[in-house]
Design a protein around this ligand. Structure first.
Ligand code: GDP
Ligand code: IMO
Ligand code: MG
Length: 427
């Protein structure tokens, strides 16, 4: 069972970092395949808490090689500060590998992200402001800078010139900002080059050879299915493919190598930034989920929007990712409710709809149709097996499993590594 994908089944922040870390000790490689430092993955090891943005969560497991694949966008200043932050805490980061084909988030991409959002005003996406969208746009427009370009000053200068030719016109004429100097950008990027060099590798070759040798490779998604540029709630999405197919394009590993695709699924729903969210709560229950679940963004510190579990989007995630399993997280947060509403379908313009509508307009009008499941009052954070859970908590998990279309193979009952119920081990 060589390659596994672990990805977000909702709008991100499902607990991917914890799930990856849990497996980290048993896998040889953990690979980020898309996104960048827009991600915020929290890992709790004993009394230590780590917030990772760009680095794969496997970096915390000695013996595991963390890999930043070609599909990731890399901000070199964030990379270096995240590495030195971990080194100061005694984490060995020397095994990290970075694809030479990964694209670089340049300072002008960060500027463009911020000014574009300001320009959009009420229509803004609510991005993390990390330059993600503009960097992927440059990649697709074929004016991007790749990690390998940092090692050829003449090529780098030509490419930065090409990218800034158009951007400076837009910045000065449309947004009324100052032009960005090519030399300054080149100098800054060259300043990172030598520090990053020891990590740069042909990761496609490394990963495929590892799989040939029967090593275990885990792909760790950033963001989530509904934030996918193709399959998410466009345009309120990120600019990459967090869905399972992204693991292949973002790493150079073929789909035939992947044996399991695990969807990380929160026992309720959260979202950060703009966009439709049918089960969003604006009442005390929403406040309670936010407070008990600690639902505040790891990257931007924004409060997360909170709502009940939505089985329609879980079913959709099963379909577009070909999920084989779910890892249901944060079940403990739901302790204390007398009954728990679960969205089983939508009502759109007076009609019951069982599946995610492909039309954006319809989705914006979707109203949740709820079923009410009996809650539980007992503390479940010490549960080690499924049988340890109160009957109603078991019933909640079984009901979600039935509605969502894939088996729940693990359950999170707290943020720590050992606060997990394993039902069907992933490895
Ligand atoms: P990610 O982006 O998917 O890695 O998720 P985040 O780290 O942004 O957000 C998930 C939060 O929930 C983090 O603070 C985790 O420590 C925490 N967490 C993960 N699993 C559980 C769980 O089963 N129970 C509780 N109470 N917290 C959890
Ligand atoms: P993890 O990996 C939740 C959201 C932003 C915004 C939209 C586009 O921790 O689950 P971007 O900066 O990517 O262009 O912003 O996507 N977003 C996330 N929401 N978790 C994340 O990552 C996110 N990364 C981006 O809030 O709505
Ligand atoms: Mg997060």
């Amino acid at each position: 069972m060589p390659a596994l994908v672990l990805l977000g089944a909702q709008w991100g922040d499902e607990g991917k970092g914890k799930a990856t870390d849990l497996l980290g000790g048993s896998v040889d490689y953990v690979v980020r395949y898309q996104g960048g430092n827009n991600a915020g993955h929290t890992v709790v090891v004993g009394d230590q808490k780590y917030a990772l943005h760009l680095l794969p969560s496997g970096i915390l497991s000695p013996g595991c090689t963390p890999v930043i694949g070609n599909g990731v966008v890399v901000d070199p200043s964030v990379l270096l500060s995240e590495l030195s932050g971990l080194n100061e805490r005694g984490v060995d980061t020397s095994k990290l590998l970075i694809s030479g084909n990964a694209h670089v988030i340049t300072p002008y991409n960060v500027t463009v992200d911020k000014v574009t959002e300001r320009f959009l005003g009420k229509r803004k996406i609510g991005t993390t402001g990390r330059g993600i969208g503009p960097t992927y746009a440059d990649k697709i427009n074929r004016v991007g800078i790749r990690v390998q370009d940092l090692y050829d000053e003449s090529i780098l200068t030509q490419k930065v010139e090409a990218a800034l030719d158009v951007k400076n016109q837009i910045l000065t004429k449309l947004y009324n900002r100052r032009a960005i100097a090519v030399d300054q950008v080149v100098e800054e990027l060259l300043g990172y080059a030598e520090k990053i060099k020891p990590y740069v590798a042909d990761t496609v070759l490394v990963l495929n050879r590892a799989l040939d040798d029967n090593k275990v490779v885990l792909f760790e998604g950033g963001q989530g299915t509904l934030l996918d540029i193709d399959h998410g709630t466009y345009p309120f999405v990120t600019s990459s493919n967090p869905t399972a197919g992204g693991a292949c394009t973002g790493s150079g590993v073929g789909p035939t190598k992947i044996s399991r695709v695990i969807g990380i699924l929160k026992a309720y729903t959260t979202r950060v930034g703009s966009g439709p969210f049918p089960t969003e709560l604006f009442d005390e229950d929403g406040e309670a989920l936010r407070r008990i679940g600690g639902e505040r963004g790891v990257t931007t510190g924004r409060d997360r929007r909170c709502g009940w579990f939505d089985a329609v989007i879980a079913r959709y995630a099963t379909r577009v990712n070909g999920l084989t399993d779910f890892f249901l997280t944060k079940l403990d947060v739901l302790t204390g409710w007398e009954q728990i509403p679960v969205c089983v379908a939508y009502e759109i313009d007076g009609k019951r709809v069982e599946e995610l509508p492909y039309s954006q307009t319809d989705f914006h009008h979707a109203k949740p149709v709820y079923e009410y499941l009996p809650g539980w009052q007992e503390d479940i954070t010490k549960a080690k097996t499924f049988a340890d859970l109160p009957k109603n908590a078991q019933g909640y998990v079984k009901a979600l499993e039935e509605m969502s279309g894939a088996p729940v193979s693990a359950i999170g009952v707290g943020p720590g590594r050992d606060e997990t119920i394993e039902i069907n081990p992933f490895l």
